[in-house]
Design a protein around this ligand. Sequence first.
Ligand code: ATP
Length: 622
Amino acid sequence: MQVSDTLLAELDSLHPRQRTAVLHDGNVVLRAGPGSGKTRTLVARIAYVLQTQISAFRGVACITYTNAAAEEIRRRVLRSGVRAEGRITCSTVHAFCLNEILRAFAHLTGQSAPQAGQVLNKTATEALLQRCFDQAGIAEVLAQHRVPQSTRIRRALACNENLDSFDPREVQAARLYEEQLILRGEIDFEAMVTRAVHIVREHAHVRDLLRSRFPHLVVDEYQDLGGVLHELVLALRDLAGITVFAVGDTDQSVYGFTGADAKYLTELAGRADFLDLELEVNYRSGQDIITAAEAALGLSRGRLAREGAPPGDVNLEQVEGGLADHARVTCDLVEQAQNKGISPERIAILYPARGRLLDDVRSELTRRKLDFRHEGDDKLPTGSLSRFVQRCASRAVTNYQIHTASGADRADMLRRTQAPSLASLARAFTTLRTEAQLAPSPSRLFVPRALQLCLDPEELYPAEAPALAWLEHLRAGLALDEIAARHPDQDNTSSLDDLAGLCRSKDLLLQDLARGEEVIGKVLLATYHAAKGREFDTVILPGLLQGLIPRDVHSGKQWRKPTETELAEQRRTFYVALTRAESTVTMIVGPGYETRNGYWMSLGPSAFVIEMARRLFPDEQT
Ligand SMILES: Nc1ncnc2c1ncn2[C@@H]1O[C@H](COP(=O)(O)OP(=O)(O)OP(=O)(O)O)[C@@H](O)[C@H]1O
């Protein structure tokens, strides 16, 4: 089979080791540091496999940590000139297990696929867990504060791991919870994976069907996925014979609190049937940034910047007062960067956790009229129906922009557009209807036609149009309420009403619904965790103060000092934040901070920054 020119050019531009990973005829583990091109290699691998290794009737399954990452990878594969629509299934592990295993094969295993409202949402999950906590006699802590811990226990149970380190009452609550799910015929996120593993292990014909549909499986951010996913990958590899391509970085493992463990990546890499490759070049950051980040991590990985890359700037700003000073300096730095011509979306302000620091930075940005987007504000409802609406909004905005552009720009915009295609929206719509067990549409053309009417630029819904009117149009045009009422995912049941409520109360514009669109022209304000996998020209890290990072951990009852393991994980999140920067990273330290209750904590700069400085400048007094 022939390789397209775009893919050939991409293969040519890769480092020989990246290329080896793409072309290897077998399982691969690619372990590499930040900015080393893991995602780029993964995208090239998917494109290469689709184009040359498998027939047009088969596809590649790609598992990512977030929906946003899944969408980004899908887009990048489509841009590589590969005819992949319908052949690439990019989703989170939960969506993969639910849609591609449980829903797809439930009927072959004597079980029924989840019915209306049987896939629990967050609120229902917490309520059920609370009942199990009550039954297990845990009165001193609310279950909603122990969800990550319960997840860890459930994962350990599913993998038959040692449970001695857990509170036996919480283990009992987790067991009760599992029993309740089965009794009630319900399923939640965690159970999707364990049940999928069970089905794959127990049913040979399911394995055969999975292998013929997806002879290749690609997994991103392997270090952040827990033991159950690892079991699934091993079952797909060893029992179903699916070829696996996994990428990850043990130094960027930051979800240990939910049971993720980088040891699974190491284990996979140690297997004889996997080619274990490492990449050493960091294509993102200058050498000074790389060296500083490794000093912060406390591990000398010896990674190198690409040849000829400027060294980058690593700055330390010291303020005299509290968090208001951090906010002021942060905004000064944003203004200076913008004055140098750096576009707002290439600047990120990253913070360790919500609290007064975030409040102060937010108010100062607003006061100075600096346009920013805080990830976490105005959160749109979760769930596949809400996501579908957002993707339609993205298409509608893009349609309008293309429609109103001049002839020459139009061709360029069509080439560069990241909005989902009509075909992929039609497919997502059909999937939603099928999942809701609604009759198929009257004709093959009905869906694209109905969608086109809702997204038609002649309707003149520009990016700045009020989102509510557009949403009502879409709801009616595609009878979305019918889906909401019958869909198994509780997340979908009220999401249309919730979306409409948000549009009304916050006067949202169409561009606010269009995923990704709103990032343009705005500085990003996000947590270290949310910045994972992304890159910016300039990164500003305010609030590097002892007590904020590293910070105490809430154990459900009270605050306590982090354990060694938790401390190491917090250090890795700081490392992740530092390594997002291409040219400049500025750390802001000071004598202390005031809490939301008004107490002054004078604990000085973060120990992570002090340790980093000591490693970088061993002869100087810090
Ligand atoms: N061979 C290469 N030549 C030039 N640039 C490259 C190469 N490989 C990757 N890059 C660029 O380096 C940057 C980082 O790549 P990518 O996001 O794939 O890295 P990553 O390993 O996934 O990073 P992280 O783990 O930090 O998320 C991107 O801008 C990418 O285009």
